[in-house]
Design a protein around this ligand. Structure first.
Ligand code: SER
Ligand code: ZN
Length: 516
């Protein structure tokens, strides 16, 4: 792949550029091309790759400058460097620079596969892709150039090229551990069985269940196991994380890169003045229908979405802070509410739903502390699934959840945040999924995960630790619907087949509804 940047910018000045000034201007051009633009560029780089000011056209108070470059001192960087350099030269003739008007900006990228989807952004006026050569005409202001828009567009296109070249390879999956097979006690779909026994019923919204007392007994038993065997012995403290996630959190967590197809969006009223809303209520009173289009005109936002990944909303609590050594590793968890994902066609049973319940465990500290905590969690989970739930389960290293949720495809490589950590921790960054065997479908169900997220979150939310070492974090999501689906799929709904521990914890099913 090679890249060329070409830029024409008009410099407007307070006075006309006279012949005398032109001479000084061109001296500055030579100086810039031979030394200024080469500053900071490694000697080994081909000069054709480095930005050059190749043409100047004077016309009264405006002077058009044409820059070209490869990837070093890119055309727009050269423009700003030159402006800074030439300003005092012009100043000595009592001429000030009034502004920069970007006339043309063209990017040419070669080696682009023809199935790459070219982004449709307001900055891209037109594009052409022919014989692997992509030409983009950008419509940008000088503020956009200062904001590095061309560089970001190039990075975006590189990502899209990567995703079409690796897309077919699917997600990373590497087995870490598999339990012994367990006896087959049940082979039906547990959701159907739960519905039959009125343990659950469909909620009014898509992908949503109303859990009856019996289902909740299971949830609470699982919670108790998690509290007694994992959370308390490992010293985690309970917090309450918000369940409405504003854009700022998703900008920092990286979700803003790609989570859009799965968000439940949240909007606010334009005003809470009852008069403003009166006709909406009136319309309903007369028609019996809620006027959704009318409402659309009366709301602002979306301001963000419903809780999706659970842990990102924790981070504003420590944002911008430096954590004292004594408080490390910080160990907290949240079980205060639902998570929501628009699963579209993927909905199935209680295991793939739009609204679900999860205990989310979060910890942070040094790289070593973060990795050590992940190891302790793995041990504790191992004990629970083997000795208490007696599941047929396995765990595997998979594409890190944050990469998957950002819409980044797996490239087969370890994720980006791998540097640092004296313990060789870098290699440990990523997600381990726990999967349970589902006899009724002969599939494996991911029912929870443990992740070492490296410095991604501390960086995104600007969190530091006292020692000055890199701050790392990890998280682990325990899906209660998924635990239920896994347990019931293997053990069935008759308690006679359940491990003794579970019988005791759950107690006799509390059947309070008699439907006639
Ligand atoms: N935050 C992680 C996820 O969304 C673990 O729950 O998968
Ligand atoms: Zn998490």
């Amino acid at each position: 792949m090679s890249v060329r940047f070409s830029l024409i910018a008009a410099l407007s000045t307070s006075n006309e550029i006279t012949d005398e000034v032109k001479f000084a201007f061109e001296k500055a051009q030579v100086e810039a091309n031979t030394t200024l633009f080469k500053k900071g560029v490694p000697k080994s780089v081909d000069v054709k790759e480095i930005g050059q000011l190749i043409d100047i056209k004077y016309s009264g108070n405006t002077t058009e400058l044409k820059f070209e470059s490869g990837t070093y001192t890119r055309a727009h960087d050269a423009l700003f460097r030159f402006k800074k350099y030439v300003a005092p030269v012009l100043g000595s003739y009592h001429i000030g620079i009034r502004g920069i008007d970007v006339k043309k900006y063209k990017m040419t990228i070669t080696g682009v596969p023809d199935n790459v989807r070219i982004p449709t952004l307001p900055f891209i006026e037109s594009h052409e892709l022919k014989n692997g050569e992509l030409t983009l005409d950008l419509k940008v202001t000088s503020a956009d150039l200062e904001n590095k828009v061309p560089d970001r567009i190039l990075k975006l296109i590189e990502e899209k090229i990567q995703s079409v070249s690796y897309g077919g390879k699917g997600e990373h999956w590497e087995l870490v551990f598999a339990s012994a097979p367990k006896p087959r006690l049940f082979t039906r779909d547990p959701t159907e069985e739960m519905v039959k026994r009125n343990w659950i019923r469909h909620g009014a919204a898509r992908g949503q269940w109303i859990h009856g007392p019996q289902s909740v007994q299971l949830f609470r038993a699982f919670e108790q196991i998690v509290v007694e065997k994992i959370i308390r012995p490992l010293g985690f403290s309970e917090m309450i994380f918000p369940k409405l996630t504003p854009w700022d959190v998703w900008m920092r967590s990286g979700h803003a890169k790609g989570v859009y197809p799965e968000i439940y969006y949240v909007c606010t009223p334009k005003t809470r003045d009852p008069a403003f809303w009166e006709d909406v209520g009136d319309y309903f009173k007369v028609t019996g229908k809620v006027p959704v289009e009318m409402i659309r005109d009366k709301i602002d936002g979306p301001i963000g979405g419903l809780c999706y990944a659970q842990c990102p909303s924790f981070w504003p609590f420590v944002q911008g802070e430096t954590l004292g050594t004594a408080s490390l590793p910080v160990k907290v968890f949240d079980r205060s509410g639902t998570s929501h994902r628009y699963e579209s066609g993927g909905i199935h049973g209680i295991e793939r739903v739009d609204e679900f319940h999860r205990i989310e465990i979060v910890w942070l500290g040094t790289a070593e502390q973060t990795v050590a905590m992940a190891d302790r969690l793995h041990e504790a989970y191992h004990h629970v699934f083997e000795e208490i739930l007696e599941l047929e389960w396995r765990c595997a290293k998979v594409t890190p959840w944050f990469m998957a949720q950002e819409g980044m495809v797996d490239t087969g490589k370890t994720p980006q945040t791998v540097e640092g950590g004296a313990c060789g921790c870098g290699e440990r960054v990523g997600t381990t999924d726990y999967e349970a065997y589902l006899p009724y479908s002969d599939n494996w169900l991911e029912f929870q995960n443990v992740s070492i997220n490296g410095d991604k979150y501390p960086k995104g939310f600007n969190v530091k630790i006292q020692s000055g070492a890199d701050c790392w974090s990890g998280c682990s999501g325990i899906g209660l619907e998924r635990w239920t689906a896994a347990f019931l799929a293997q053990k069935g709904l008759d308690m006679a087949n359940w491990p003794d521990n579970m019988k005791k914890l759950v107690g006799e099913p509390n059947e309070i509804f008699r439907f006639m």
